[in-house]
Design a protein. Structure first.
Length: 158
């Protein structure tokens, strides 16, 4: 049986907690369904689950536990996706929750740099790509209203 020293265990959980809180802070700031506490708990919980493998003699446990985290969090995120008529909401929230769990899993196995890079990309999607998506939506709505296609370069220039 392998044993994870308490300082290393604490570092892994603290990393997951911090990165999950960072992701959750952005979601809370934007008043989304799953915010600070939800994303922090998902990342921290994922890290806790994968560290369980360090108390077992079976090396495959971390990958098995990670697979269960993927499916379990996927089931959980289904609860935040709503469909009303032709509109679907909550997909970005569900994706953020799912990827927060992945960041926690990386931190839990001790892949700190990879967890930080993952969190940075999640934040980039939610912060940087948000205005790009809104711009594209405005362009599409304008194109539908006028019946004329509008180039993205023309839209950005206006």
């Amino acid at each position: 049986m392998m044993h994870l020293a308490l300082p290393e265990f604490t570092l892994r959980i603290a990393c997951a907690f911090s990165l999950g809180a960072l992701i959750g802070f952005e979601r809370q700031w934007r008043q989304r369904m799953a915010g600070l506490r939800t994303n922090t708990l998902l990342a921290t919980g994922s890290a806790l689950f994968v560290t369980v493998a360090n108390f077992s003699a079976n090396d495959a446990n971390q990958t098995q536990i990670a697979a269960y985290i993927v499916s379990g969090v996927g089931f959980l995120t289904g609860a935040v996706i709503f469909r009303e008529h032709l509109s679907v909401t909550g997909l970005n929230t569900a994706g953020t929750m799912w990827t927060s769990a992945a960041v926690g899993t990386l931190a839990g196995v001790g892949a700190y740099a990879e967890a930080i890079v993952g969190a940075a990309f999640i934040l980039a999607v939610n912060v940087v790509l948000r205005p790009v998506g809104q711009l594209m939506n405005r362009r599409s709505a304008q194109s539908v209203a006028t019946g004329e296609p509008l180039g993205l370069a023309e839209e950005m220039a206006s």
